[in-house]
Ligand binder design. Sequence first.
Ligand SMILES: [Mn+2]
Length: 297
Amino acid sequence: MVVIKVAIISDIHGNSIALEEVLKDAKLNGVDEYIFSGDLVNDLPFGNKTLEIVKNTTDKVLKGNKEQYLIEFEQEKYNWSNIQFKNTKFMYEELTEENRAYIRNLPHCMEISYEGVNLLVAHGSPKSVEELLNQWNTELIEKYVNELQADALIFGHTHEKMWYKEINGKLVLNAGCTGVSPYYIGKAEYVILTINNGKIENIDLRLVDYDIELVKQKIIESGILNEDKVLMNLTFCGMNGNGLARHNFFKEAKMLQLERYGKWYQDEAKGIYKYFKLYDDDIWLGLARKYDDFFVF
Ligand SMILES: [Mn+2]
């Protein structure tokens, strides 16, 4: 029987520098097969570079909510005029036409078999790219495990530290976050599964160093700061140990919106705006001034 090593790489978010280090590590560890479980691009402005690497690695690639946002942007279904969306606009415009078509056509869920072991891989959940399967949400996770035909349910999206557990003889695995993990500075998460003799024999949760200063330098060179500084800064806060500042920024923004309108628009929002929290430009920019001490750009 053949031993197969499968790398699960989730939530790159355009961090091609972290991805390159992950692929080096995977190669050193004898990985045979690769699966990318969504949020390949969008957050760091290296979308084309990231997709070039992904496409050259495998065709086992899923769409995440971050790809979905770019597709929605393209379809112009919604009003994207707020300053907060300048970042998304840049991410979209950076992509080549070929790469736009590529992300449009990605599936959101995929069943993959290796030597009789069946893996159901999704970005958020088997139902949607947006649904969060947080570790604490055992009720929801068990619902999917009870419906599961495959031997394992694999996903990312929550940006929790990588975790796994066995429920009713099935493996449930969150592959963590490669590109913008809030728990580490300059470290990328990914997982290697070893499949041997029709069984998952080993689960290796890996942490790989990458050069965060190089990421910062490349962000400056990309030109995105001419379009958007606020969201780029907030993203970087999530990567350099200032995740709490990022969290508080959004908490305050929501509070200010609530004060102004007496309700939170998301209670009534439809479609993608259920997920996109809308902030008025003056609130967005006002908070950016307040949080300037945490911003590096
Ligand atoms: Mn996601």
